[in-house]
Design a protein around this ligand. Structure first.
Ligand code: HEC
Length: 224
């Protein structure tokens, strides 16, 4: 009996925590997945500021670079451009995006290993990422001197601080939106294709429905 009550109370507490979490006001991010220049800026920011700690284990440099438009007019990958701008020195263009840091080392430094970010745009949402990356504030009680409005007591330092202080607020927001756009692409590389295909599937189903109805009418004619 007391076990049941314990369970009920914990469920109730969970729901309250859930509601409290939903109370966090997330800022809406405005991104455009068809904007390859934004995706390229986002990839560049990612490689410079994030890839030292976070891997993207489902993403290969060459596929990603092609998808975000680093190719010539014939559609061929501009390999040397990728090598000069995105690739970390020891990696091959066909490699997945890994980090040099071992999980043990990272856990030692940060108390927690930085998670892989391949799917984070789906597990957290784009608005969450946008708010989180802009949500750091000074807090001397924390190891890195910063805390986060969206992720209290986070173990990650504010790695974009330098960018934040050197850009105007508008430009900084745009840079973070580019980064979120890139992470959204990474989490679902075939989104645009899926949407395009979805329209054709609906058109096909529509036409198919008309034929089915005509056929049904034809059959019933004989029955009556
Ligand atoms: C110096 C290492 C380091 C760098 C560089 C870094 N992070 Fe992190 N990041 C961490 C650590 C450690 C955590 C785990 C925080 C925790 O769980 O308290 C984390 C957590 C996160 C999370 C939360 C993931 C989740 O769902 O819990 C996101 C999102 C994230 N980082 C994005 C980024 C982005 C984007 C960049 C580049 C702008 C970046 N990080 C750069 C160390 C780093």
């Amino acid at each position: 009996m007391s076990r049941k009550i314990g369970l009920l109370v914990s469920l109730w507490l969970w729901s309250i925590i859930g509601i409290a979490n939903e109370d966090i006001q997330l800022d809406k991010v405005n991104i455009d997945r068809t904007d390859v220049v934004s995706l390229q800026r986002g990839a560049h920011l990612y490689m410079n500021f994030c890839s030292g700690c976070h891997s993207l284990k489902y993403v290969r440099y060459n596929t990603m670079a092609k998808d975000i438009g680093i190719r010539d007019s014939q559609g061929n990958l501009l390999e040397s451009l990728v090598k000069n701008t995105l690739l970390l020195t020891s990696d091959k263009i066909t490699d997945t995006i890994q980090t040099a840091m071992t999980p043990e080392l990272a856990a030692n430094w940060f108390g927690k290993a930085p998670p892989d970010l391949s799917l984070v745009a789906r597990s957290r949402s784009n608005d969450w990422l946008y708010s989180y990356l802009r949500g750091f504030y000074p807090d001397n009680k924390r190891p890195w001197g910063v805390n986060n409005h969206i992720f209290p007591d986070v173990a990650m330092p504010n790695v974009l601080e330098h960018l934040q202080t050197s850009l105007s607020a508008d430009k900084y927001n745009l840079a973070v939106a580019d980064l979120v756009n890139f992470l959204d692409y990474v989490a679902e590389p075939h989104k645009l294709e899926r949407e395009r295909l979805g329209v054709w599937v609906l058109i096909f189903l529509g036409i198919f429905l008309i034929f089915t109805m005509l056929l049904k009418r034809e059959y019933w004619k004989d029955v009556h």
